[in-house]
Design a protein around this ligand. Structure first.
Ligand code: AFP
Length: 334
């Protein structure tokens, strides 16, 4: 059986299509190798002694899980010495991580959420890793926080791994969104889902409904209409799903359509939203848009936001295009 591996796919993107330079290809391969190791640890669960809290808090004041810390370390170590990066930044670290002295530096910045959906680790529900690659801005030699503050439209690559019944890597380098499944016996990423397309219409939505009393009027209007189903203005029934791992919710939307919402509400307003712009919202927005979907905060496209800090939070509404456009319209009309 002839199979296209991630390496072949990337070489094709580099050589034939001239979409990516060689150093970006190599960088993505290093991330993909690190993710394989994370997948092994996640799969071992309690056997590896990696469930539960690490006993520390991250910069957001959230209790770190042992796997958060381990996945963060794995990504840092794997990417430090490759020579493709100027610096890295992570959900788990307050400040950017410089490339240690003695290693060559490159022209890219890597940002990641090493283990997204941490609350699901201990209950054996899918979690993931999200990453985004930016260019180091021209003329910047010391790579501090400001180098990372680029709009999502500047991303040159983005992806996520989902550690579910199978492990998958979903990737975009700006030429569509493609899914690779890990063949565990051979240790190879096999292209199984090329040119993923999100249907523009959907009957499925994902939102944490326990926050309904804090929602803004346009969100309340939209969800009320969906809940009214056949008897309401939409004239059809909708179904609801919420995994509480963004990777799993987005993965379902890439597979069969849907809308994912973590909107601005009265409770998260002081923080500007819930999800982090640089390593959650931006990479997912890039992946979703490359699959024909859309991503907005309700007020502006996610990819157009100029960040003002590394761990900035934003509202996120993404997925099937027509539904996302409808929610954006309800915000304009509100
Ligand atoms: P972590 O990276 O801290 O695990 O974040 C999980 C998350 O940001 C995202 O993956 C989920 O969609 C969302 O939080 C779940 O939020 P609720 O706790 O409100 O369900």
């Amino acid at each position: 059986m002839s199979r296209i591996t991630l390496t072949q796919f990337l070489i094709e993107q580099q050589r034939e299509q001239k979409h990516i330079p060689a150093d970006l290809r190599l960088l993505i391969e290093v991330v993909a190798r690190a993710v394989k190791t994370i997948s092994v640890y996640v799969g071992k669960g309690a056997v590896a002694g990696l469930l539960g809290n690490a006993g520390t808090d991250n910069v957001q004041g959230e209790a770190q899980k042992k796997l958060d810390v381990a996945a963060n370390e794995l990504l840092l170590q794997a990417n430090e010495w490759g020579g493709h990066l100027a610096a890295m930044a992570s959900e788990e670290m307050e400040m950017p991580h410089p490339i240690p002295h003695g290693y060559p530096k490159g022209g890219y910045l890597l940002v990641f959420d090493p283990l997204d959906g941490s609350s699901n680790i201990d209950v054996n529900i899918s979690v993931g890793t999200i990453f985004s690659v930016l260019r180091r801005p021209e003329g910047v030699t010391e790579t501090d926080e400001s180098a990372f503050l680029q709009p999502g439209s500047e991303q040159v690559a983005a992806g996520y791994a989902i550690y579910g019944p199978s492990t998958m890597l979903v990737l975009t380098v700006g030429t569509g969104t493609h899914g690779f499944t890990l063949d565990r016996e051979f240790g190879a990423w096999v292209l199984t889902h090329s040119n993923i397309t999100i249907p523009a219409d959907t009957k499925e939505f994902a939102i944490n409904a326990s926050r309904a009393r804090f929602w803004e009027p346009p969100v309340k209007r939209y969800i009320d209409e969906l809940l009214a189903g056949n008897d309401g203005p939409r004239g059809q029934d909708f179904n609801m799903r919420w995994v509480a791992s963004m990777v799993a919710d987005v993965h379902r939307i890439l597979a069969r359509g849907g809308i994912f919402m973590y909107p601005l509400d009265e409770k998260n307003r002081p923080n500007g939203g819930h999800l982090r712009l640089l390593y959650e919202a931006n990479p997912m927005a890039f992946i979703v848009e490359q699959a024909g979907g859309a991503a907005t905060t309700g007020r502006e496209p996610v990819l157009s936001i100029k960040p003002n800090k590394l761990h900035q939070r934003v509202p996120v509404i993404l997925g099937s295009k027509h539904e996302v456009e409808r929610v954006a319209r309800y915000h304009r009309e509100s």
